[in-house]
Ligand binder design. Structure first.
Ligand code: GDP
Length: 447
């Protein structure tokens, strides 16, 4: 399968001056050469570009430029060709279809980068950064994504792994030659301080990575409140502000996301809880479970109350549902005479768009994002990586408590091995086909 030739349109879909069709695989140069008229591509050196025509059955398909990359010096590490053809949708399709009549099949999403990984042109951190770079929606997100491309992060993870491996080796020696070093002092004097230091470093990386994930992916936000307090009006005001982004942005659309709002580089993914739009008393009629599920999945709750009315039981009931989540209480209808309430809330008139700025700056404060400095970034940039780092962190803390509880050193050894394994999965130095397929299918075609 690895030797199969694959092709995909690598440029954006639509009418443009030029389109790029990318091919990779053992015999792509030969396959393209069969339909290319101008020069014998098989005799050309790597990293050269050539003018010619694609002709099939005496029919001119297009006039193109073809660049050649020979293995291993290419993005995928295999022989590669890039065809620059005229940019119309139909003509690009024609060129692609002509290629697919040869021994070439359509690439799956992410397959180019998957091959690059399989051919050891990059590790998983870098492969995933490629995807983040393509889908970055603002310059901050792009800067965060780009840091995965240089190998600093991989070096950091590899450094953790190396340290753990040294300890594993030390324990190994201790188990084999117990007279060589005392188990107790190996644990307490030697391992404990070093493990603590590593746990501290890991914890910091987890923290910073999580903050940055928010920069990259956006905050899933639900607007909750009784009927008629102004939730739809707030939703629409936020979405219709000119900084709002269309909801169908590729890569950001998730289930029931109504719109994405850009707050100075921070993305709020506003979730449509059915009751918001339809004005059905969602909490009462459809049962609490669906709403609870949305609250559970969200990272931020905007709890709206009607500031012109007394707080009632229903408000309190809803408040009890959300109080444990990160939330902001918004007292809407501030243009009407206010009724006192015990909530510490932000005043808003959704109708007159007064108070939106305060809500936005409150959200930025809540996520402490003002202080994120993306100039010298060193964070893991996706959930998969962060989850693994958290697992590794847990294994390390479990090793520490084992030492503290004087558990035999071979149990500590087990924790260290798990930590090493989990860290390996971050950079992909352990091979897991399932994991790979899962990850690369989210890529776009041609990458
Ligand atoms: P929802 O059921 O919570 O989604 O509430 P809506 O957004 O549909 O609003 C209910 C009613 O309150 C509508 O008649 C709105 O025009 C009105 N409303 C919304 N926001 C404000 C506001 O800031 N001030 C005033 N006076 N009325 C508002």
């Amino acid at each position: 399968m690895k030797d199969e030739n694959i092709a995909a349109i690598a440029s954006a879909f639509g009418n443009a001056a030029i389109s790029i069709i990318r091919l990779t695989g053992k015999s792509v140069i030969n396959e393209v050469n069969k339909i290319f008229h101008g020069i014998n591509l098989e005799k050309q050196k790597s990293h050269t570009i050539h003018y010619g025509k694609i002709i099939v059955n005496n029919e001119l398909i297009d006039e193109v430029m073809v660049s050649i990359y020979r293995e291993p010096k290419s993005y995928t590490g295999e022989n590669m060709i890039e065809i620059f053809c005229h940019g119309g949708v139909i003509i690009t399709d024609n060129v692609l279809n002509t290629l697919l009549l040869q021994k070439v099949r359509m690439a799956e999403p992410g397959e180019f980068t998957k091959r690059a990984y399989l051919n050891k042109k990059m590790d998983l951190i870098k492969a995933e950064s490629v995807m983040d770079i393509i889908s970055a929606q603002n310059s901050k997100a792009l800067r965060v994504a780009k840091q995965g491309i240089d190998s600093k992060l991989s070096l950091k993870i590899n450094n953790y792994k190396q340290r753990i491996m040294t300890w594993i080796a030390n324990i190994e020696v201790n188990i084999d030659y117990p007279e060589y070093e005392d188990e107790k002092s190996l644990g307490n004097d030697f391992l404990k301080p070093q493990l603590r230091l590593l746990a501290k470093e890991m914890n910091k990386l987890i923290d910073e990575s999580k903050k940055n994930l928010i920069v990259l992916k956006g905050i899933r936000t639900v607007i909750i409140g009784k009927p008629n307090v102004g939730k739809s009006t707030l939703l629409n005001t936020l979405i219709n502000e000119d900084k709002a982004i269309v909801s169908s942005m590729p890569g950001t659309t998730r289930d029931s996301v109504e719109g994405v709002v850009n707050l100075g580089g921070l993305f709020l993914e506003l979730v449509d809880t059915a009751g918001i739009r339809s004005k059905v008393n969602h909490i009462e009629r459809k049962g609490i479970s669906k709403t609870l599920e949305q609250i559970e999945k969200s990272q931020l709750v905007l709890f709206v109350i009607d500031g012109s009315k007394e707080i009632d039981k229903q408000d309190l009931k809803i408040y009890n549902l959300i109080k444990r989540k990160k939330h902001i209480i918004i007292s809407n209808k501030s243009d009407l005479p206010a009724k006192k309430n015990e909530f510490n809330s932000i005043q808003l008139s959704a109708k007159n768009k007064v108070g939106i700025d305060q809500i936005e700056s409150h959200i930025l404060d809540l996520f402490r994002l003002n202080d994120i400095d993306t100039r010298d970034v060193n964070f893991l940039s996706n959930k998969r990586q962060i989850k693994l780092l958290e697992k590794a962190f847990k294994s390390i803390t479990s090793a520490i408590s084992s030492i503290e509880n004087l558990v035999p050193i071979d149990m500590v050894q087990l924790d260290l091995k798990s930590a090493w394994q989990e860290l390996s999965e971050i950079t992909g130095s352990t091979f897991q086909e399932n994991l790979l397929n899962e990850m690369f299918k989210n890529f776009c075609l041609g990458k």
